[in-house]
Design a protein around this ligand. Structure first.
Ligand code: ATP
Ligand code: MG
Length: 436
């Protein structure tokens, strides 16, 4: 993309409405604009990052054997009346009437909807188990939308649902998601720690929230330091094998949010305890027959008996993750994107646009990078050098390739690594090989 043509409305000043760094930087880097409280438009740069995160989440769900579908945002109230949640959910739910006076709602989550689908289509144990997910916008009328997309009213969520005949099988589904989550956050360049969470009236230990450490996080976290060094399951992990040892390892040491923490256990940890703040980026939860029973989602087992399905739900805050990544990865100059989610890999800076040699060299590089599938944002504008550098630092692409008249005489470019700040001179004709 040529910057001269790109719709990238960056801001030099810090917007006063933004309280935390990720919100400030998303506004300044031209990624989002507020429409109304907690509701945002995604501008091209922001959308590119959102799509990349979505894709990593998708690949790891697929790898774990979860199948993607897409459910609507608008749901009929009847479904929620059947589960009993229509009245319980309260003011966070946006309730709508259609022109015929039928009660509808904008989905804050999809347990009822997916239960209805599975109930209608699956009758026999032969078609079990199933794991299904979608990546869809949700609406929750939060009391205090804040921190930009971090606590929005409209936000993008990956929500998966598992359906099993019995608890043991349901636990296998839970473990698959647990492992998929570890891998997902790792690929996003994040350290997310699974912490025991509330299971509500069902009890048991199958509920974990995943939190990313960040000073601006809304939750207090208490965690054994060694959890931070646990190994992430590799991409050849066999999801059909017994994953319990991985889950056991990751849950072997103390890790709790302020809602569930235990002061006496913490006292025993002494200086191995890390007390910090965290952002909740995901939640996995087994809830048994909470929805299948009232909604009549049963299947016949081998003996011909009707069995209510064991269910779990598994959420990832896809849009919130952008905020979490920026909170975890930025400096005074701006965002530092991990390569896996960067909107472009390279920012190509022409230090002297209008100079025939610089233009020719940059145009050729830009063409070659594109042909090789290397995503490049090419600053071909007439801005002065300082402004170009500041802008590239702000938007945080992993690599900056700088072409100026002086280096060009010797066939050299300056390459800067945004994360480390390191600069090196590299022959222009070697750049393609370096970045391919
Ligand atoms: P929170 O405690 O932060 O309100 P929740 O318990 O309501 O979260 P879930 O219903 O489990 O969240 O939703 C799954 C994931 O969706 C959360 O882990 C979080 O990452 C994300 N999420 C929830 N609410 C919001 C929101 N208002 N804005 C952005 N992301 C959200
Ligand atoms: Mg909530």
């Amino acid at each position: 993309m040529r910057l001269s043509q790109y719709f990238l409305p960056t801001l030099k000043e810090n917007p006063s409405e933004a309280q935390i760094v990720s919100h400030r930087l998303m506004l300044r880097a031209g990624m989002i604009r507020q429409s109304s409280a907690g509701i945002y438009s995604w501008l091209p740069m922001g959308l590119r990052v959102l799509r990349k995160i979505e894709q990593i989440v998708r690949e790891e769900q697929d790898r774990a054997g979860c199948q993607e579908l897409l459910m609507p945002t608008i749901q009929p109230a009847e479904l929620w009346q059947q589960s009993g949640r229509y009245d319980d959910y309260g003011k966070e739910m946006l309730r709508i009437q259609d022109r015929h006076g039928r009660d509808m709602l904008y989905g804050p989550t999809n347990e009822e909807q997916i239960t209805e689908i599975v109930k209608s289509e699956i009758q026999s144990y032969k078609d079990m188990p199933k794991m299904l997910y979608h990546i869809q916008w949700k609406f929750r009328d939060e009391v205090r939308p804040r921190f930009g997309i971090m606590r929005g009213r409209e936000f993008l969520m990956k929500d998966a649902y598992s359906f099993d005949m019995d608890y043991e099988s349901s636990k296998r589904a839970y473990n698959k998601m647990f492992v998929a989550y570890l891998r997902t956050y790792d690929r996003l360049g994040l350290k997310a720690i699974p912490m025991r969470a509330d299971t509500g009236p069902i009890g048991g230990d199958l509920s974990h929230e995943f939190l990313v450490l960040a000073e601006t996080g809304e939750s207090g976290v208490f965690v054994h330091k060694d959890v931070l060094d646990f190994e992430i399951p590799s991409d050849d992990v066999d999801y059909e094998s017994d994953l319990q040892p991985i889950v056991d390892k990751w849950t072997s040491l103390y890790a709790a949010t302020d809602e569930k923490h235990d002061e006496s256990a913490e006292a025993e940890l002494g200086d191995q305890l890390l007390n910090a703040r965290g952002i909740e980026v995901g939640h996995i939860f087994h809830f048994g027959t909470k929805y299948s029973e009232p909604m009549g989602a049963t299947v016949t087992d081998q003996n011909g008996d009707e069995v209510a399905l064991q269910m779990g739900s598994y959420g990832i805050g896809v849009s919130r993750l952008i905020g979490a990544i920026i909170e975890a990865s930025h400096d005074d100059g701006g965002i530092i994107w991990p390569e896996s989610v960067a909107p472009y890999k390279i920012g190509l800076i022409n230090l002297k646009s209008g100079d025939a040699d610089c233009d020719a060299a940059c145009d050729k590089l830009y063409k070659d990078f594109n042909a090789a599938g290397i995503e490049t944002l090419y600053d071909d504008t007439a801005e002065r050098a300082g402004a170009k550098f500041n802008n590239m630092d702000l938007i945080g692409l992993p690599w900056q390739v700088v072409i100026g008249p002086r280096g060009l005489k010797n066939g050299m470019a300056e390459v800067k690594n945004r994360a480390t700040g390191e600069k090196e001179e590299i022959a222009i004709d070697q750049l393609l090989a370096k970045f391919s």
